[in-house]
Design a protein around this ligand. Structure first.
Ligand SMILES: [Zn+2]
Length: 481
């Protein structure tokens, strides 16, 4: 369906000399008063937040929200844009020269204005990988990007000081991938516990923080071997190959080692109650938990095949409901999409299918539909989960709120009913595991850095580029590129 357009004037670039960059009128925002507000933006920052009766004067672009919700743009704490499979480099949108361009449009159409994106896996040097990932995003990305580093070898651990000097503040470690699985995945490496202990110390010594993919490699190896011998052919079999106990064991270990080192750590893509139980048991206040909407909305009974392969795996329907309950109870701190850019052709056979799901453009609409519309969560709490908590944890205090002085990353929300269709998601990924589901809310317009980047299914300022947020953390170290 075509959404109704709010009254607006296009951003023509013909600004009055002293006028505002953007005015959004009649916005419903998450405040104690239930009045509508006008929002004024200059130079990418919210400079005015007034009653709807106050005239903010001329602006280069205006949007009349007509009483709709205007919320902060989502911060996706976990995406893999540009983590491409080389055999698909020739496919439009899936190559090195256009993957960031295409996928960041899809994200903005879904109300996500900032991606905390992993540097590309693969090159032996973390710094080389970071620099090339940053260069690609700088030229192409329409959204803000903050790169997470990855530590797969001790050589990469040794690169931490220079990586921090160049603006990396977060480093991810993997626990499950070894041997044949690591080889199939293009060389993803896991650190052992002794190496992780060293890495946590090194990370905190440089003022950074850790992220951990928590699945225990010993348990996964053993269960995977069993399932493959038995003829892995279903979502339930894939789930048994990576049981929840593997997540609990690894999350417990990671949080314990991080606490001993005094290093902040986030357990990413939490898929079970085990990681939640581990956080309670360890009791380390520096531990954060990220989850993904697919662990609430998809499960082993979903009508999908190997395209539903993801690690950690989709769980059974009862556990998916329990994750929703845990989120409603405040046990999860922020959300990532774990957006992967594999086409359906890479997801055909159970054993060889690349793990990972697309979803950056649906994270916010699905979360709001599921938790706010269907389960009664407040919009204030949904904003904490989709942007504010991540902003505070990852050093972006101007994001995740609608207030004077905040970054003008904003989403105007439409409400109604809209069926999800993969071919309407502005992504190069040619399928969606959510195909056919119904959204109750979705973005009508998205503003990034004060520029209207998405409106009514179109991208009115296609040359706009997001901010490369690592630059905010770059040190003035001589010789740093
Ligand atoms: Zn991931």
């Amino acid at each position: 369906m075509t959404p109704t357009s709010p009254g607006s004037t296009p951003d023509t670039g013909a600004a009055g000399q002293d006028g505002l960059q953007l005015v959004i009128r009649n916005a419903r925002i998450a405040t104690d008063d239930h009045d509508l507000h006008n929002i004024g933006v200059r130079d990418g920052i919210i400079v005015a937040l007034t009653s709807r009766t106050e005239d903010l004067g001329p602006a280069r672009a205006t949007i009349d929200a007509e009483g709709r919700w205007v919320i902060p743009g989502a911060i996706d704490t976990h995406s893999h844009i540009n983590q491409r499979a080389p055999e698909y480099n020739h496919v439009p949108g899936l190559g090195p020269d256009d993957n960031f361009a295409v996928e960041t449009r899809g994200a903005l159409a879904g109300g996500c204005t900032t991606a905390l994106n992993y540097v590309q896996f693969g090159p032996p040097s973390l710094l080389d990988s970071y620099r090339s990932s940053l260069a690609a995003a700088t030229g192409q990305s329409m959204m803000n990007v903050l790169f997470h580093g990855c530590l797969m070898t001790m050589d990469q651990v040794a690169e931490i000081p220079q990586a921090v000097a160049e603006g990396i503040t977060t480093f991810k470690m993997f626990m499950p991938y070894r041997g044949e699985e690591a080889r199939i995945l293009g060389g993803i490496g896991s650190l052992n516990h002794a190496q992780m202990r060293t890495a946590f110390s090194e990370i905190v010594a440089h003022g950074a923080q850790a992220l951990v993919h928590a699945e225990d490699g010993d348990i996964v190896d053993s269960c995977m071997h069993h399932e493959i011998s038995a003829g892995l052919d279903s979502l339930a079999g894939w789930e048994r190959s990576r049981p929840t106990i593997a997540e609990g064991d690894a999350a417990w270990t990671a949080m314990y080692l991080a606490e001993e080192a005094g290093c902040p750590v986030s357990i990413v893509h939490v898929s079970s109650l085990e990681a939640i139980r581990a956080r309670r048991a360890v009791g380390y206040p520096g531990a954060g938990l990220e989850s993904c909407v697919h662990y609430m909305l998809l499960n082993t009974s979903s009508d999908i095949g190997p395209e539903g392969k993801v690690a950690p795996p989709l769980r059974d329907p009862e556990l998916a409901e329990a994750i929703t309950e845990a989120v409603l109870a405040g046990e999860i701190d922020f959300f990532g999409s774990d957006h992967n850019v594999w086409p359906i052709a890479a997801k055909k056979e159970w054993e060889s299918a690349r793990p990972g799901l697309p979803g950056i453009g649906l994270m916010l609409p699905l979360l709001l539909t599921h938790l706010v519309h269907e389960r009664g969560m407040s919009m204030e709490r949904a904003i904490e989960l989709t942007s504010r908590n991540a902003a505070l944890r990852f050093g972006l205090p101007g994001k995740g709120l609608v207030a004077v002085g905040a970054d003008a990353d904003l989403v105007v929300l439409e409400e109604g009913r809209r069926e999800i269709r993969a071919d309407e998601l502005h992504s190069a990924v040619d399928y969606s595991p959510y195909q056919g589901m119904t959204l109750r809310t979705w973005p009508l317009a998205t503003v990034c850095g004060g520029t209207v980047v998405y409106q009514d299914g179109a991208f009115p300022n296609p040359d706009s580029r997001g901010e490369m947020l690592n630059n905010r953390f770059r040190s003035a170290v001589p010789g740093v590129v």
